[in-house]
Design a protein around this ligand. Structure first.
Ligand code: ADP
Ligand code: GN1
Ligand code: MG
Length: 357
């Protein structure tokens, strides 16, 4: 099915009867295929779900709909002011469509908005972190146990290490020789697992976003204010330290996540300070002291863990993340390890910024 018959097929399912004008890819997410479908009367965001990553798409939709409902109730009470991401039902009131190419869902377009892959200013970092903080605050009274574990052990570093070690020992693509130095480096960082397990029981389990990268929030095209938090596919029980750490990972560096200019892969301290300020503000009456202290570990762990995941996927033959060339995942891994090293080397100054918040 070429894109035009596919667009016609999907638009019919979602009740778009007027002529289609265009069906084009948008965004730069690594997981789903995101398309903008425009007809003469309507616009829809259509996503082909990556069923390698999300083998049970219905669970993903069920989670998202529960969150939508909770946020809508908060909005009615005047307690949540960002635009809420809504799924669009088919004419048969279903939320998933099976096409020849895969499983699709539709989202309302959040209009007059844009996403960024790199943060430009500390004001932008503050705005984005504050939006993720508002999102976290709005979910603070949501019963996280109602959510399906769509990707079990998503931020479980011990499990990530176990998969990594298995790939290293099997070396299915014969790529180990290309990345032996990175593999050896990872194995020297195993103590992070113990640092994380020491927190069990010390900090609360929350309903987390779990993917707070900068392009998972939308800015308003007119005012540059925060418009919406999107990509709710990994909302699951977890720790806020991971959401904090993923912001540090994706906001603090002036380079793209796959940049090979490793000498420029550095933490911008002003951006780090802006994340702390923006995120903590909406959470200040909820966040526990131990939780706030754990954010330093989050800032270290997330670049390392995502680097480990990129390296694992490289060894595996790029089955998980969308890649554009053979060593794309390896370049991403090297980038994340450079960022991790820089964060660790700036421990004193970054921890002081956290403690002063
Ligand atoms: P992935 O899971 O692949 O990361 P996302 O849900 O994050 O997919 O979508 C990818 C990109 O598409 C986003 O970064 C954003 O630019 C754009 N996008 C997704 N949903 C919407 C929406 N409802 N309105 C406007 N833009 C969107
Ligand atoms: C993926 O879907 P996207 O591009 O927002 C991934 C995250 C990684 C990120 C790395 C479901 O996020 O966990 O941190 O890439 N999402 C999933 O950029 O695995
Ligand atoms: Mg995304």
């Amino acid at each position: 099915m070429s894109s035009t018959p596919l667009a016609a097929f999907l638009s019919a399912r979602f009740g778009m009867e007027d002529p289609i004008l265009s069906f084009k890819p948008i965004g730069s997410g690594h997981i789903n295929t995101t398309m903008l479908l425009k007809s003469t009367q309507q616009v829809l965001v259509l996503q082909k779900l990556n069923t390698v990553v999300f083998p049970k798409p219905q669970q993903l939709v069920d989670n998202a709909r529960l969150i939508e409902k909770h946020l809508s109730n908060k909005q009615q009470l005047g307690e949540f002011n960002l635009v809420i991401l809504h799924h669009v039902p088919t004419v048969k009131q279903e939320y998933l469509v099976q096409a020849e190419e895969g499983t699709w869902r539709a989202l309302e377009l959040i209009d007059d908005s844009y996403s960024e892959d790199v943060v430009n200013t500390s004001a932008q970092a503050y705005t984005a972190a504050n939006a993720f903080g508002q999102f976290a605050a709005a979910l603070a009274d949501f019963d996280a146990s109602k959510l399906h574990a769509v990707i079990p052990d998503f931020h479980n570093l011990a499990m990530r290490f176990a998969s990594f070690k298995q790939l290293v020992s099997h070396n299915p693509q014969q790529r180990l020789a290309n990345c032996q130095a990175e593999v050896d480096f990872c194995l020297t960082q195993l103590s992070l697992v113990d640092e994380l397990s020491a927190l069990t029981g010390e900090i609360p389990v929350r309903a987390c976003h779990n993917d707070t990268k900068i392009n998972n929030m939308l800015f308003c095209s007119h005012s540059s204010a925060a418009k919406a938090v999107i990509d709710l596919d990994t909302c699951m029980p977890g720790y806020w330290l991971n959401d904090f750490g993923d912001m540090v990972r994706t906001f603090c560096c002036a380079e793209q996540e796959d940049s090979t200019a490793l000498d420029k892969v550095r933490v911008r301290e002003d951006i780090f300070a802006a994340i702390v300020k923006g995120y903590v503000e909406p959470l200040k009456h909820i966040l526990t002291a131990a939780e706030k202290q754990s954010f330093w570990l989050g800032a270290k762990v997330m670049p390392f863990m995502i680097g480990l995941r990129f390296l694992t996927d490289y060894l595996d033959g790029d089955n998980y993340f969308t890649t554009k060339y053979d060593t794309h995942n390896l370049d991403r891994a090297r980038n994340q390890f450079a960022l991790y090293r820089d964060i660790v080397s700036k421990k004193q100054v970054l921890q002081a910024l956290l403690n002063n918040a």
